[in-house]
Design a protein around this ligand. Structure first.
Ligand code: NDP
Length: 246
């Protein structure tokens, strides 16, 4: 069920963490997968290996999401080399966690460039090539709904911006058969937020379930949104946060 056999997916920040889990899940559902990364070439290559082990084509492209031309370029390369693009997953993000006094225009600009402008630019480049049933799925954050700790101002701002982008694009692209949705993960065990990190016990105490998600818990919802079973879901913001926002 919910197969996406023969579809082409682009996953930004697919070399590690949630993005890697999404790339592998989509491949196991039948999609060919292009993934981007910023630095970690070895991890990116290993995810491509897992995509290929699932019997699908994989490609990793080093792409700084802050670079507009690079983001547009990886969408175009996906279309040229894979014959189209059906699923865009905007996952790559930066995380400047600091008090207001230590955050400046540079951190603001980089946060907006990677976390907000790149999803916009990628969607803009992908939409003309999306065949019927196109999917745009962005990864937000539990911090968009509940900025539970000091130091998250820029990050929370950027993830909240994705709510508006998602709803606006859903409304605009619905008539073209393209759905646009946003997934808000809660605390998820990745290098960015390890379940054994110094703040982990406090963070998990904010969830209803009392534990971290695995990256695959988030990927499960993304893969549902990528497939035909989600065809009537658009403009939705879906919390996969263990009850963090409950
Ligand atoms: P990780 O740090 O584990 O992985 C981040 C991925 O994004 C890597 O593949 C990294 O590439 C890539 N990346 C980072 N910056 C850029 C950039 N400028 N251009 C291209 N790629 C980039 O993060 P997570 O898996 O934890 O987070 C994934 C998403 O989930 C993010 O949107 C994050 O905000 C969101 N999220 C995560 C939560 C968590 O608790 N982990 C909670 C809520 C939301 P490279 O390997 O080269 O560094």
């Amino acid at each position: 069920m919910n197969k996406i056999e023969g579809k082409v997916a682009l996953v930004t920040g697919g070399s590690r963490g949630i993005g890697a889990a999404v790339a592998v899940r989509l491949a196991r559902q039948g999609a060919d997968v292009v993934l981007t990364y910023e630095n970690d070439e070895d991890s990116a290559a290993s995810v491509v290996g897992r995509v290929e082990a699932a019997g699908r084509r994989g490609l990793a492209v080093r792409t700084d999401s802050a670079d507009v031309d690079a983001v547009t370029g990886v969408v175009e390369r996906t279309v040229e080399e894979f014959g189209g693009i059906d699923v865009l997953v905007n996952n790559a993000a930066v995380f400047h966690f600091a008090p207001l006094e230590e955050l400046g225009p540079e951190e603001f600009d980089r946060t907006v460039a990677v976390n907000v402008r790149a999803p916009f630019v990628a969607a803009r480049a992908a939409v003309p090539h999306m065949r019927g049933g196109g999917r745009i799925i962005s990864i937000g954050s539990n911090m968009a709904e509940r900025a539970a700790f000091p130091g998250f101002s820029l990050y929370a701002m950027s993830k909240t911006a994705l709510v508006g982008l998602t709803k606006g694009l859903a409304r605009e692209l619905g008539p073209r058969g393209i759905t646009v949705n946003l997934v808000h993960p809660g605390p998820t065990d990745t290098a960015a937020n390890p379940a054994d990190g110094p703040m982990a016990d406090v963070i998990r105490s904010f969830t209803a379930l009392g534990h971290y998600a695995t990256a695959d818990d988030i990927a499960a919802t993304v893969s549902h949104l990528a497939g035909p079973d989600s065809r009537y879901t658009t403009g939705a913001v879906i919390n996969v946060d263990g009850g963090f926002a409950a």
